[in-house]
Design a protein around this ligand. Structure first.
Ligand code: AMP
Ligand code: ZN
Ligand code: FE
Ligand code: FE
Length: 290
């Protein structure tokens, strides 16, 4: 039995993190973790590098993803774990998302230009470090060019939903995301349920039960932005319905309000047994009929 600790929610430069996949793998090992999942937003482009670095330094990396699903009024993110990153359907679905972003990003540039902000798409691409381009990179350029005083102001004034430079992005329906994650051999877990902005326990329970019908297997119970009460509620919910429990820090490679890999704000401890449970569920659901 393994007794180490893990982190099942991390971002790299392949999406909006600031550490390269190989860097975050080395960092995780240096911090004494036993395994991590790389879960970039809408892309698996960082995984080849992450997995090969893990292999090189004898560390365990779980191929994962975080998909933004269609949902309102809050936001729904779905984590996919233990993916076959070469699966054709997964690759095709993610390429579609990239195409949608390629159409969206120039529209954000246009809106900013019309607001009198001199910004080019090339500058934003440069800020992304070669990975997927998203709103955080627009925020970064606005900050570098002194249009805003900080990252948060960029979102408040320009980029958040409803702000003048906002352009909506394409999202798969939860059912569609769960389907292609499953087809690629993966397990889907509902990320940070508190961003769903549900009114109460029973509404959340109903929503989750609907997702379970569609193939959801677990809930991310441990997360730095969850209150003690939320953690307790999500844990009860998972246990009551036989769902897997995961935890991760959503670390983006920068010290943000004291948040670090593995430990979150200092008090997180995600045991390796959670990963073992994920693997067992994967083996079970993919050995029987699909
Ligand atoms: P995108 O996928 O391009 O729409 O960008 C989404 C990312 O932008 C999220 O993962 C966050 O990192 C960041 N983000 C979204 N809304 C905000 C906000 N109000 N304040 C700060 N960061 C935000
Ligand atoms: Zn992010
Ligand atoms: Fe998320
Ligand atoms: Fe995340």
């Amino acid at each position: 039995m393994s007794t180490g600790y893990i982190d099942l929610h991390l971002h790299t430069t392949a999406s909006d993190g600031v550490m390269k996949p190989s860097e975050i793998v080395r960092y995780a090992k240096r911090k004494g973790l036993q395994a991590i999942a790389i879960t970039d937003h809408d892309t698996i482009e960082g995984l080849e590098e992450g997995l090969s670095e893990a292999n090189r330094i004898d560390f365990e990396v779980i191929p994962g993803i975080e998909i933004s699903a269609e949902y309102s009024p809050g936001s729904m993110h779905l984590l996919g774990f233990l993916l076959d990153i070469n699966h054709p359907l997964l690759k095709e679905r993610l390429e579609y998302l990239q195409k949608a972003r390629a159409e969206r990003n120039p529209k954000i540039v246009e809106k900013l230009n019309r607001l009198g902000i001199e910004i080019t798409y090339e500058e934003v691409v440069k800020a992304s470090g070669g990975g997927q381009v998203g709103r955080p990179h627009f925020a970064q350029v606005l900050l570098e060019k002194n249009y805003v005083r900080n990252y948060q102001e960029a979102f408040e004034r320009f980029l958040r939903k409803g702000a003048p430079a906002y352009v909506d992005k394409f999202r798969f329906k939860p059912k569609e995301a769960i389907h292609f994650i499953k087809e690629a051999g993966g397990i889907t877990v509902l990320a940070h349920p508190n961003t769903l902005h549900m009114n109460g326990y029973s509404d959340l329970e109903n929503l989750i039960l609907g997702l379970v019908e569609e193939g959801l297997k677990g809930i991310e119970v441990y997360y730095p932005e969850h209150s003690h009460l939320e953690v307790a509620q999500y844990k009860i919910l998972a246990e009551r319905h036989g769902l897997l429990i995961t935890g991760g820090t959503d670390y983006h490679g920068i010290e943000k309000n004291g948040l670090d890999i593995g430990v979150g704000r200092g008090d997180m401890k995600i045991p390796y047994s959670m990963l073992e449970a994920l693997k067992a569920a994967r083996n079970q659901s993919h050995s029987t009929a699909k």
